[in-house]
Ligand binder design. Structure first.
Ligand SMILES: *Cc1c(COP(=O)(O)O)cnc(C)c1O
Length: 359
């Protein structure tokens, strides 16, 4: 038997290790996962409450069109429901877009480093991935170099704003200037998985300007600030002209009844979001102070994680942290670690352990 040839260079995604595994292996009482940028404060209590009541009608397929959730998203962002694509997390949305848009031989442009799934799905479809290094000093995506990399084969440019793993973000006006210079046949995607965490500028999201450009698509997820990673639910605001193609390749029941309900309730509790964002902002500053005091180079994050150069083997450091109950992310760049911001006491503990290990 033979599988698609394009798979030969790929390996499965390696997720952050489950807490239970680590707990068992090292005989730990407490294990904290700060490796996948989940919300340490959980999810809105209102979502939990609503879900208790939502465990009914399990024998029926979900509403494949996610009508109620789309209505809630449309009202929340003031956009038409016809432009909303709902997926089982953005992982699903990225796959749907790649499958619908990319042919073998096409090209996509991504930042390097950035979220790995854009590349994976492009390679599966036989497309070529053109990687544009982020600015070494600032960690920001290099929009000019991305513009210059456009060829007649370019189909998608993936922007991640804020970018994972650098955490850096570009204001809306820079994205607008960029899209205005990109040929209309090229789809520009802004993955705003971490947009809610941005506290720096007022005009940060590209959502309000999707209608100004026929080739701009914006993605959002319930996995990060809303704390619903387990339920797999996210969405995109899509140019109208692409929706029918996306709807063809979207699995008809890709999101569950329960996840759809959770999304509606989560949107309704913006207080929970604001609380999370405020604490995250404080904790980010504490990390920055720590890294500055120790002379460790880092990128200015506007997300719920921080990415920094440990100046030594970060895989080993991550292993040492794991033995002490803290799961963080190494392996994205040699010597660099990406640490999700958790509870204040856990963040302090991670810094304390690091200070000890780095001495
Ligand atoms: C976590 C993450 C996603 C995936 O989120 P899901 O909605 O849980 O699939 C997408 N993009 C970026 C940049 C992420 O970090």
């Amino acid at each position: 038997m033979q599988v698609k040839k394009t798979l030969s260079t790929l390996t499965p995604y390696v997720p952050g290790r489950p807490m239970k595994d680590v707990q068992k292996e090292y005989g730990l009482e407490k294990v904290v996962k700060l490796a996948s940028n989940e919300n340490p404060f959980g999810t809105s209590p209102k979502v939990k409450e609503a879900l208790q009541a939502a465990v009914t009608d399990l024998e029926y397929y979900p509403d494949g069109g996610a009508k109620d959730l789309k209505a809630a998203i449309a009202a929340f962002h003031q956009i038409p429901t016809e432009q909303i694509l709902v997926g089982a997390g953005l992982d699903d949305v990225i796959q749907i877009i790649s499958r619908a848009v990319l042919n073998a031989g096409d090209e996509i442009i991504v930042a390097d480093p950035t979220f790995s799934q854009y590349e994976l799905h492009a390679v599966v479809e036989g497309a070529k991935v053109v990687k544009i290094p982020v600015n070494d000093q600032t960690g920001e995506m290099d929009l000019n170099a991305m513009l210059q990399a456009i060829t007649p084969k370019t189909k998608i440019i993936w922007l991640c704003n804020p970018n994972n793993p650098t955490g850096t973000y570009l204001p809306q006006n820079q994205i607008r200037d960029f899209v205005a210079q990109v040929p209309q046949e090229v789809l520009v995607i802004s993955d705003e998985a971490y947009q809610d965490f941005v506290t720096k500028e007022i005009e940060s999201t590209s959502l309000p300007v999707v209608d100004d450009y026929p080739n701009l698509l914006v993605m959002r997820t319930f996995s990060k600030v809303y704390g619903l990673a387990a339920l797999r639910i996210g969405y995109a605001i899509v140019p109208l002209g692409l929706m029918s193609a996306f709807e063809i390749v979207r699995p008809p029941f890709n999101t569950s009844t329960i996840a759809q309900k959770a999304g509606i309730e989560a949107l309704a509790d913006q207080e929970f979001v604001l609380r999370t964002v405020a604490i995250n902002h404080e904790e980010r500053e504490k990390w920055e102070h720590f890294l500055e005091a120790r002379g460790l180079f880092y990128y200015k994050s506007q997300a719920n994680f921080i990415y920094f150069d440990t100046k030594q083997d970060s895989t080993q450091l991550a292993h040492e942290l794991m033995k002490r109950g803290y799961i963080v992310r190494a392996g994205l760049r040699p010597q660099w670690l990406r640490v999700t911001l958790g509870y204040a006491n856990d963040n302090a503990k991670v810094r304390e352990i690091l200070a000890e290990l780095l001495d």
